[in-house]
Design a protein around this ligand. Structure first.
Ligand code: SF4
Ligand code: SF4
Length: 281
């Protein structure tokens, strides 16, 4: 399982391994981002670096040395390339890390390998952490013969989500019956259309608000099959609050609607994944 929600990775908590970062068996790798360093001995204050920076990360006032605003810098290196005096040197800063742990206990009977990306607090550019995550994934896939890889993505349709979707066989969009849910669902379905990826939909907390019909209209319009509907259920919140996978939460009686819905969705997702695996062979 890969958690690429790098601003808030928490899959380990729901898998019952909240202290993953303190564990000696965990493999961590720091992630760095390029940032320019301006050598004032060589700089002639021409301002070309500031003019080309699309992120407006270099502030330049005539007759002064340019000032770098680190947090705005995306690390594109364009300023270094255009500087006529070679006054811009390479530097880097640590922006996050990847954490990998094998055989995390998952629920009562299962275990899985977990790879998390973590963006350092105060950093805003997640792309390098996500890229590193996928590079590591390629190495891990070569080493291990995984049956399935599940990628937990952040909400939205920004470039990190696009990167994950591109690298996946198919996606499951989890939405809820609210105007916000409808808005986000449309965005991810539009992105999937551009990338030519299949997206299946799960409607969570379907009885939360009277908005289900609007979601169903979207599902129909985009031709994305609905895998199932999960109700708003106090038992789900209780299990979540305790960090216990819902299907293994002791207090859930057999025949519980949410339990049946989640089991059905899980079976559907597995069947779809098997179809893709079959297609690869
Ligand atoms: S382009 Fe080079 S020389 Fe010109 S202001 Fe920037 S760092 Fe200085
Ligand atoms: S590396 Fe790119 S984003 Fe950063 S300051 Fe230079 S031009 Fe701007």
């Amino acid at each position: 399982m890969i958690d690429s929600d790098v601003e808030n990775p928490n899959s380990n908590i729901i898998l019952g391994a909240p202290k993953i970062e303190d564990d000696g068996n965990t493999i961590k790798k720091q992630v760095f981002q390029y940032i320019p360093r301006i050598d004032e001995e060589l700089c002639t204050k021409c301002g070309k670096c500031s003019a080309v920076c699309r992120m407006h990360a270099i502030f330049h006032v005539k007759t002064n040395y340019p000032i770098l605003m680190e947090n705005l810098c995306s690390g594109c290196k364009l300023c270094e390339r255009v500087c006529p005096e070679a006054a811009i040197k390479s530097n880097s800063k640590m922006i996050g890390e990847t954490i990998y742990k094998e055989k995390i206990k998952s629920g009562n009977n299962g275990s899985l390998d977990l790879l998390l990306g973590v963006l350092k607090i105060g950093q805003v550019r997640a792309a390098n952490v996500v890229e590193e995550l996928f590079e590591l994934t390629e190495e891990l896939v070569e080493k291990n013969n995984y049956d399935y890889i599940v990628l937990d993505q952040p909400p939205g349709a920004h470039c990190d989500v696009e990167f994950g979707l591109k690298n996946s066989d198919f996606a499951v969009a989890v939405t809820e019956p609210t105007p916000f849910g409808a808005h986000d669902l449309k965005r991810i379905l539009d992105l999937a259309k551009i990338l030519d990826k299949d997206v299946y939909v799960v409607l969570n907390r379907y009885n939360l608000a009277d908005y289900t019909e609007k979601i169903m209209d979207i599902v129909e319009k985009y031709g994305s099959p609905l895998l199932g509907k999960i109700p708003l259920d106090q038992k789900i919140m209780e299990s979540y609050a305790q960090g216990i996978p819902f299907l293994e939460y002791q207090d859930v009686p057999d025949g519980n609607e949410s339990k049946k819905a989640i089991e059905h969705i899980a079976a559907e997702v597995k069947d779809i994944a098997d179809e893709y695996k079959g297609g690869e062979q």
